[in-house]
Design a protein around this ligand. Structure first.
Ligand SMILES: [Zn+2]
Length: 347
């Protein structure tokens, strides 16, 4: 159940994988259109397959699903569909990931991927007034040379790409494996940087992403809790964590939502944002993630408002645009919430 407060709350989504936004119906439709054989009879069978034991069991289906993307129009439609859905959830700004290596390995030319995704992001602004940014993600299971080659290929669009990220199976693939790729991203391409770390990997992976890769944001990062010094550093520096509660539960990072640590991280003063990761795979878009933590963890409207505000302060946007969004969310501040984001304690 999505409360009116959550539904109306302006928000930015900073952790969402375009290939993971394909709805089961779209997977079946594109497979038929492109002559791709999937091991599912229909959309219902796709839905039934979404039972995961861990990150790897999800990634196997994620990589299978994205094989239906063949033509430029497929990439355009996928992106346009996500933005059209997100705007209905009052997402005002979205920074979305694409995994170019997965498409290059299937022989899809890089221009087909990037041009069509960017065109759909541009059109979302014209059509819905919603802003967006594209992040290219390294697949960490491949070696460094593969990542460096991908970066070279996308460089012609470097001014239209906002950042470099990293996804894929985390264990045994520490962030430091890609230190050179992140140097190139920062110094040669002028990109912002972030990495998935501390989802299945431990706090040491978060530390590695922060110190070796010099990441500005950490995707997931929930296992930072294992290292109190790191927690303090994240809080003091205001490093954003893009947390995806429903994803974490579906992939057994936590056994259930009541056990999730997002409330503790938020109350420890970390800059937490709420995101959907791969919404159809994990059973909910961004508003359902906000609703789940409120229902299961008792987080107040004030907490949710603060995290939505964090999503704008953590976005890679101009100061002008940020100020506009901050003015907008100010109008949704729950009554009684003071300027420090806390409710005054009675008595
Ligand atoms: Zn992710």
């Amino acid at each position: 159940m999505i409360s009116p407060f959550i539904a109306n709350l302006p928000k930015a989504e900073l952790h969402m994988h375009l290939e993971g936004s394909l709805e089961p119906e779209t997977l079946i439709k594109l497979a038929a259109r492109n002559g791709i054989r999937l091991p599912y009879a229909d959309a219902e069978a796709v839905q039934c397959a979404y039972q995961f034991d861990n990150l790897k069991s999800f990634l196997d289906l994620f990589y299978l699903g994205l094989t239906v993307l063949q033509k430029g129009s497929d990439f355009y439609e996928m992106t346009a569909a996500y933005f059209a859905r997100a705007v209905r959830e009052n997402v005002r700004h979205a920074e979305v990931f694409i995994s170019p290596q997965a498409h290059l390995r299937r022989g899809i030319p890089i221009a087909v991927v990037i041009e069509n995704v960017l065109a759909a992001i541009d059109d979302a602004r014209a059509r819905h007034g919603m802003t967006g940014g594209l992040i290219v993600g390294i697949q960490r299971q491949f070696d460094e040379s593969d990542a460096l080659a991908m970066i070279q290929l996308v460089k012609p669009w470097r001014d239209r790409i906002i950042g470099l990220g990293m996804g894929g199976p985390e264990l045994d693939n520490p962030p430091s494996k890609f230190a050179r790729a992140y140097d190139i991203a920062r110094c040669d391409c002028g990109w912002h940087t972030m990495a998935h770390a501390g989802e299945e990997g431990g706090a040491d992976y978060v530390r590695d992403a922060l110190h070796t890769l010099k990441c500005e944001r950490i995707d997931h990062g929930v296992r930072c809790e294992g290292d109190p010094d790191l927690m303090r550093e994240l809080a003091e520096r205001g490093v954003p964590l893009t947390v995806c509660p429903m994803s974490n539960c579906m992939l057994k990072v936590f056994p259930d939502m009541a056990s999730h640590n997002i409330r503790r991280l938020h109350e420890a003063g970390l800059r937490i944002t709420v995101n959907s990761d791969d919404p159809p795979y994990f059973g909910g878009y961004i508003n359902e993630n906000y609703a789940a933590i409120q229902t299961e963890l008792g987080m107040s409207d004030g907490d949710l408002w603060q995290m939505a505000r964090n999503s704008f302060t953590s976005a890679f946007i101009s100061d002008d645009l940020r100020n506009r969004y901050l003015q907008d969310i100010e109008r949704h501040r729950p009554s009684g919430l003071n300027q420090h984001g806390t409710f005054p304690i009675a008595g």
